[in-house]
Ligand binder design. Structure first.
Ligand code: ATP
Length: 274
C-alpha cells in the first residue's frame, strides 16, 4: 500500500525549492549534507563522518519534505519508515525491519549507481523514547538494532549511509540516540512566519487556476499559526470550493472558507483527542 510505495522510491523528486520558508533549517541541512557529498575532503580534515541528522519541530512543518530534498540534493537512494509502524510488532520483527531498511537502501543505491543512501525514520520518538529503569519495552530490540546499524556505519563504506529522523518531541528521545556519532546534528524545523507562509501558499497554488483578485499576502496574514501542511490544505480546500461552485477560478471567498474550514478542523481534532 502507501507505505510500500514510499519505501521503494529510488530517488525522490522533492527539491529544496519546493519547500517554502525554513531558510535557516535548509541552510544548516545543506551544510551538513555537503560533508556527505565531499566526504573525501571532510576525511582529510579528520572530520568525523556524519551519521545522523535529527529534524525536530511541530507536525506538518516539512520534515519529511526536508528528508526527501536531502536525498535529491545528495543524489542518494531513499528509504523511509515511521516509528508508529513498529508499535504492535512482535518481538524481533521490528529489529528485522530496521535491518531490512539498511539493506534495502544499500541495494537501491548500488542498483542506481548512487554513492550514498538515506534512511529516514519519521516519529523516531515512538521507537526511540526514553528507556526508564528496568522497565522492559517491546521496542528495545528495535532501538538497539538501530543503534547497531548506526554504529556500524564507517567512512570507508560504500555506499555511505546517512540516517535522518524526525520528531516533534526531541526531549523524549533516549540519550543513547543523541550521543556523538549518532544523531549528533539537530535541526529545528519551525512553524512558518508570515513570509514563509506566503512562499508555501505560492508553491501550492502554482498549478491552480487563481483569480487575480486573490491576495495571497492577505491569506498568509490570516493563516497565522498554520503549519505548511495546513497551508497546503487551505489551497486544496479552496480549490474544492471553487470546483463545487463550478467557478473557473479560485476566488478570495474560497480562501476565506478554506481558512475557516482548516481552522475548525484543527479544533475538532484537538477536542476529539482530549
Ligand atoms: P509530520 O511531523 O506530521 O510527519 P512533517 O513535518 O514531516 O510532518 P511533511 O510531511 O513534510 O511534514 O509535510 C506535509 C505536507 O505539508 C507536505 O507534503 C506539503 O504538502 C506540506 N508542507 C509542509 N511544510 C511545507 C513547506 N515548508 N513548504 C511547502 N509545503 C509544505
Amino acid at each position: 500500500s502507501g507505505k510500500k510505495a514510499k519505501n521503494s522510491v529510488p530517488k525522490t523528486d522533492i527539491k529544496f525549492e519546493d519547500i517554502g520558508g525554513q531558510e535557516r533549517a535548509k541552510g544548516e541541512l545543506t551544510e551538513a549534507l555537503d560533508f556527505l557529498i565531499q566526504k573525501d575532503v571532510a576525511a582529510e580534515y579528520g572530520i568525523r563522518p556524519l551519521k545522523g541528522i535529527l529534524l525536530t519541530g511541530p507536525p506538518g512543518t516539512g520534515k519529511t519534505l526536508m528528508a526527501k530534498a536531502a536525498a535529491n540534493y545528495t543524489n542518494s537512494a531513499f528509504v523511509a519508515a515511521s516509528g508508529s509502524e513498529f508499535v504492535e510488532m512482535y518481538v524481533g520483527v521490528g529489529a528485522q525491519r530496521i535491518r531490512d531498511l539498511f539493506k534495502d537502501v544499500k541495494t537501491m543505491a548500488e542498483k542506481n549507481n548512487q554513492s550514498s543512501g538515506i534512511v529516514f525514520i519519521d516519529e523516531i520518538d515512538v521507537l526511540g523514547g526514553k528507556r526508564e529503569g528496568s522497565h522492559h519495552r517491546e521496542y528495545d530490540q528495535t532501538l538497539n538494532q538501530l543503534l547497531t546499524e548506526m554504529d556500524g556505519i564507517s567512512t570507508s563504506e560504500h555506499p555511505r549511509i546517512l540516517i535522518m529522523a524526525a520528531t516533534n518531541r526531541a526531549d523524549m528521545l533516549d540519550e543513547a540516540l543523541l550521543r556523538p556519532g549518532r544523531f549528533d546534528r539537530k535541526i529545528g524545523v519551525d512553524l512558518p512566519d508570515k513570509k514563509a507562509r506566503l512562499q508555501i501558499l505560492k508553491i501550492h497554488t502554482k498549478n491552480k487556476p487563481m483569480s487575480g483578485d486573490v491576495n495571497l499576502e492577505q491569506v498568509a496574514a490570516e493563516s497565522y499559526g498554520f503549519s505548511g501542511a495546513q497551508l497546503e490544505s487551505v489551497t486544496n480546500e479552496a480549490a474544492i470550493y471553487a470546483f463545487r461552485e463550478k467557478s473557473k477560478e479560485l476566488l478570495p471567498k474560497h480562501f476565506s472558507f478554506a481558512i475557516d474550514k482548516v481552522m475548525m478542523g484543527e479544533k475538532t481534532d484537538r477536542e476529539t483527542n482530549e
